[in-house]
Design a protein around this ligand. Structure first.
Ligand SMILES: NC(=O)c1ccc[n+]([C@@H]2O[C@H](COP(=O)([O-])OP(=O)(O)OC[C@H]3O[C@@H](n4cnc5c(N)ncnc54)[C@H](OP(=O)(O)O)[C@@H]3O)[C@@H](O)[C@H]2O)c1
Length: 285
């Protein structure tokens, strides 16, 4: 397969690059904004046509959830319009597309894991624009998969794991919300799932993917500190209203992964096992 990966310098994009070495049967075009701005329709069309791309994996996005509340136009351009541009260009070349989306398309009022059939109801600019991107992709590309994921972290870029390790080393105490429940996802595990879909054959539709298990941000932080060997910082549980953020977060956004596991024969690690792997890698850097 001839595969175009956009946003290749991000967390997921980097993991896609690492796993490419284990999938040498494909030809890869890894691009970030310097090589291919996904908002530039002409450039996108030329890239996909000239390189005879067969699968587009869109890892590019506007991911600053709080800043998005003040930067709606840019956020919409990147998260909604650009996936539409990629989807139409893919369709024109008979290519498939994998669009990565988010648990923030839900409002978080559920009490059992969200399936792909659950009604969406975003409550942030980021969530609205990502949902718009899903629709653009599904409407404009016949061979399109949308994979919603959550709480992504990796050794690359800035993320919650790195921040909590830094704060844990700097501070004697730290408050973290315990009333938002979800599942952390190691970006490498998501990349494994994306390769499984490509290698077994794209089956169009919406899918959910996160690591296994459930926790709050507070539990996640306690585990991060325990695994990283941080013993000098006391972590306390906070209510969401004690830690106000510009964009509202879903209180419960656990994703049901049954469909993706069955369709592509994927085994998903527990979030704590993957967290150990990531922190070991961070210690090597
Ligand atoms: N992070 C999470 O917790 C999370 C949770 C759920 C879902 N997701 C979704 O998962 C996907 C991957 O997220 P991630 O955390 O890997 O994102 P990320 O680390 O923020 O990476 C996004 C990449 O896209 C690049 N980019 C920005 N504008 C671009 C443009 N116009 N053209 C091409 N590339 C551009 C960024 O470059 P710059 O850095 O230079 O801007 C960055 O390298 C996204 O779709 C995101 O919405 C993420």
């Amino acid at each position: 397969m001839r595969i175009l990966v956009t946003g290749a310098n991000g967390q997921l994009g980097n993991e896609m690059q690492v796993l490419a070495k284990e999938n040498p049967q494909h030809t890869y075009y890894f691009t970030d904004v310097q090589e291919l701005d996904i908002c530039d329709e002409q450039a996108v069309r030329a890239c996909i046509a000239d390189n005879q791309i067969e699968v587009v994996v869109n890892c590019a996005a506007y991911t600053a959830v709080d800043k998005a509340e003040d930067n709606e136009e840019l956020c919409r351009k990147l998260n909604e319009e650009a996936p539409g541009i990629l989807a139409r260009a893919a369709q024109a070349n008979g290519a498939a597309m994998i669009q990565v989306s988010t648990d923030y398309v839900f409002d978080g009022t559920a009490h059992i894991p969200y399936t792909e059939e659950c009604e969406t109801c975003p409550n942030s600019v980021y969530g609205f624009t990502k949902l718009g991107g899903e629709k653009e992709v599904m409407q404009n590309c016949e061979k399109a998969m949308v994979i919603r994921t959550a709480w992504l972290y990796s050794i690359y870029g800035n993320n919650f794991v790195k921040t909590m390790i830094r704060l844990g080393r700097e501070r004697e105490s730290l408050g973290v919300v315990f009333d938002q429940i979800g599942t952390p996802t190691y970006a490498k595990d998501l990349a494994v799932a994306i390769y499984a879909a490509i290698n077994r054959g794209i089956v169009p539709g919406i899918y959910h993917f996160s690591d296994e298990g459930v926790c709050s941000w507070y539990d996640f932080t306690v585990a991060i500190h325990r695994i990283a060997g941080i013993t000098t910082c006391k972590v306390s549980p906070l209510h969401t209203n004690e830690y106000p953020a510009k964009a509202p977060r879903p209180h419960y956004s656990v994703l049901d992964k049954t469909k993706i596991k069955k369709t592509f024969g994927i085994e998903v690690p527990h979030w704590e096992e993957s967290l150990k792997v990531c922190i070991e890698k961070l210690n090597e850097v």
